[in-house]
Ligand binder design. Structure first.
Ligand code: FES
Length: 514
């Protein structure tokens, strides 16, 4: 089986029974903030796009690039569809011209012909990507690969049960706005960044240890930031407080823990994987040297992409839009039809920064009251400071997912009162009746976890109250504080209180206190 790197989370999987192009992404995403690193725009996309199957794991824009799909991917390709509860992904792919779809069933191996078998695991909680993320498992002639991508399954047992995996591709680098956008003292922000970076590495290695594949490929990151305003987000020199570490840094850390099977798949790189071997062909003479000199590389990349980014930025202004009125008209019906999210999100202040130093505009989204009103003082729970033009653009295009556009762009700053509140970001990714209904159903339909396990001196519920990670694998206990390494949520085991979000209590008791 041949794996060809196409950049970021993208790859092409070639077998004698057919080829699968996965998550091809080239064009700037999230308000032109993210670009693939290294540059993959020079690859022969027409050749790569001449594929038998296409797999798009989810609709995040560093995985779903409609312009590239429209231009360069054969419409004869059959799309391998995850078993999502909505047709959003299929609808988007039909809109760019695909007509052949193979609907897979969750966690069920599907033979597709010639001895090629695929299995897609679909994750569908409100915090999985844009209400959905997925992983692809592929088998041909006894060779198995898992493209876990940036999905975070509770565990990898479904894949392990199908036999030894030879190549495991998974995310290791950051893909979020935390902690960079928060208005915090520099030292505190650095502490949180360091903690987040360490946790990402730890979580990735736990997944790797779970599956014990023959070869491990860190993929799906880091993105790079080529707009001058965001340049500071790049990790240029192994900064321990930066969440966007590169592949070599991960591999070094991974190998320092006693492993020796990490491989780097750069765009254009090739890995020929058999049951016994992994033969690499890299597109550069020396990967370590190449990545060490990334600052010079990024500067040249920035110069090449400057016109594209400038053109995108010029398209965002729509000053004729009455932002307050449109937000009110669109958000209030959603707030009023929400049972769970509106109450849990509290109050959110949008502080809109206008050009030319004009006064800022303050719009308060009051979840519990189901209202949007002008803010003229008074308290609020969350505050987002955003350039008005960005919100104009979101409203102009009717964006239903501000996480998959504004928030991932990192083009804002934020403050909050109290702990992290996932209801806020879930609401902002559910700005349509359909999505909101699905998210609400998920929250209200959740059954409590009833199984307990022993961890150190504690008996705790097996599944993390946040997203059901197996705490037998992902928990770290320090004193009476349990940290789930999946997303970093912490719980006070004495009281069961969640220290991260203020909700989602954990069931725990100290051993011997029955
Ligand atoms: S599953 Fe998210 S922190 Fe545990």
């Amino acid at each position: 089986m041949r794996l060809t790197g196409t950049g970021h989370a993208g790859m092409r999987i070639d077998t004698p029974a057919g080829s699968i192009l996965c998550d091809p992404w080239v064009n700037p995403a999230y308000f032109a903030s993210w670009l693939p690193f290294p540059d993959n725009s020079q690859l022969d996309w027409d050749r790569l796009g001449d594929t038998d199957y296409l797999y798009v794991s989810h609709l995040h824009r560093d995985h779903f690039d409609p312009e590239l799909l429209r231009r360069s991917v054969s419409k004869r390709a059959t799309v391998l569809l995850p078993d999502f509860p909505s047709s959003e992904l299929e609808d988007e792919l039909r809109a760019v011209g695909f007509t052949s779809f193979l609907q897979t069933r969750n966690n069920e191996p599907t033979p597709v012909g010639g001895g090629l078998t695929v299995m897609i695991q679909a994750l569908t909680s409100p915090t999985d990507g844009p209400l959905g993320d997925s992983s692809l498992w592929v088998e041909h002639d006894g060779v198995r690969v898992l493209n876990q991508n940036d999905a975070r399954p509770a565990d990898l047992g479904q894949f392990a049960r199908l036999g030894h995996v030879h190549a495991h591709m998974l995310q290791f680098s950051g893909a979020i706005w935390y902690p960079m956008v928060y208005e915090l003292p520099a030292a505190e922000k650095a502490r949180l960044g360091r903690q987040k970076r360490a946790r990402q590495i730890d979580r990735t290695i736990r997944y790797v240890d779970d599956l014990m594949a023959s070869w491990v490929f860190p993929v799906a990151g880091p993105p790079c930031f080529l707009d001058d305003e965001l340049w500071h987000l790049n990790d240029l020199d192994g900064d321990e407080t930066n969440i966007f570490l590169d592949q070599q840094e991960f591999i070094d850390r991974y190998h320092s823990r006693g492993h020796a099977n990490g491989q780097i798949l750069l765009p254009g790189g090739v890995a020929d994987v058999t049951q016994d071997h992994c033969r690499m062909r890299q597109p550069v003479d020396d990967v370590r040297t190449f990545l060490r000199h990334r600052e010079d590389y990024l500067r040249a990349y920035r110069d090449r992409r400057r016109p594209v980014i400038a053109a995108e930025k010029a398209s965002w202004r729509h000053p004729d839009i009455d932002v307050f009125e449109v937000v009110k008209r669109r958000f209030e019906p959603l707030l009023r039809s929400s049972v769970h999210l509106a109450v849990c999100m509290g109050t959110v202040l949008l502080e809109l920064v206008r050009d030319c130093g004009e006064p800022r505009e303050h719009i308060l989204i009051d979840g519990p009251a189901g209202r949007v009103r002008r803010h003229d003082g008074g308290e609020f729970d969350h505050r987002f400071v955003i350039r008005r033009t960005l919100v104009e653009h979101l409203l102009h295009v009717g964006e239903i997912d501000w996480v998959n556009s504004l928030f991932l762009s990192c083009r804002f700053s934020a403050t909050r009162r109290g702990p992290y509140n996932d209801a806020v970001f879930t609401f902002f990714k559910c700005l349509s009746e359909d999505r909101l209904r699905r998210a609400e159903a998920w929250y209200t339909g959740n059954e409590p976890d009833t199984e307990d396990i022993m961890l150190h001196d504690w008996v705790v519920q097996r599944r993390c109250p946040h997203q059901y990670a197996d705490l037998g694998r992902f928990a770290v206990i320090d004193g009476n504080v349990l940290t789930c390494q999946m997303h970093g949520w912490q719980f006070d085991l004495d009281t069961g209180r969640c220290l991260t979000s203020g909700r989602h209590e954990i069931r725990a008791r100290r051993l011997g206190l029955d």
